[in-house]
Design a protein around this ligand. Structure first.
Ligand code: 5GP
Ligand code: ZN
Length: 112
């Protein structure tokens, strides 16, 4: 499958990994939008947040566990943001479900 995040999972494309388990991978975004910008993805190819099914309950929980651990590891105790873009209008450019962790500075709200 021609998916860049599956290639990152398979180590065909290099990335800076910050956390990994059997089912979840987290790596630094190549074009960071904040001092900390990490992408957390399921190793299973899921296209977007609307494609998640009951079969994926464990994976969704593990992603949230990973986010908690990464926030602690990267010392985001003052706060951070988790973003899941979906579809063209949502700004999704890679068709493999990913959670952005953004932090390390005061973030503006609402986003543009
Ligand atoms: P989206 O716009 O789909 O929500 O987010 C995709 C993110 O993936 C973008 O922030 C982009 O910088 C990042 N990205 C795209 N290609 C690569 C890559 O090859 N390596 C890494 N580390 N990040 C990537
Ligand atoms: Zn994929």
């Amino acid at each position: 499958m021609d998916c860049i995040f599956c290639k990152i999972i398979n180590k065909e494309i290099p990335s800076t990994i910050v956390w990994e388990s059997d089912s979840v991978l987290a790596f630094k975004d190549v074009a960071p939008a904040a001092p900390v910008h990490v992408l957390v993805i399921p190793k299973k190819h899921i296209t977007d947040i609307t494609s998640i099914t009951g079969e994926d309950k464990e994976i969704v929980w593990e992603i949230h566990e990973a986010i908690k651990k990464i926030a602690s590891q990267l010392e985001l105790g003052d706060g951070f943001r988790v973003v899941v873009n979906c579809g063209a209008d949502g700004g999704q450019t890679v068709g493999h479900l990913h959670y952005h962790i953004l932090g390390g500075r005061k973030l503006q709200w609402p986003p543009g």
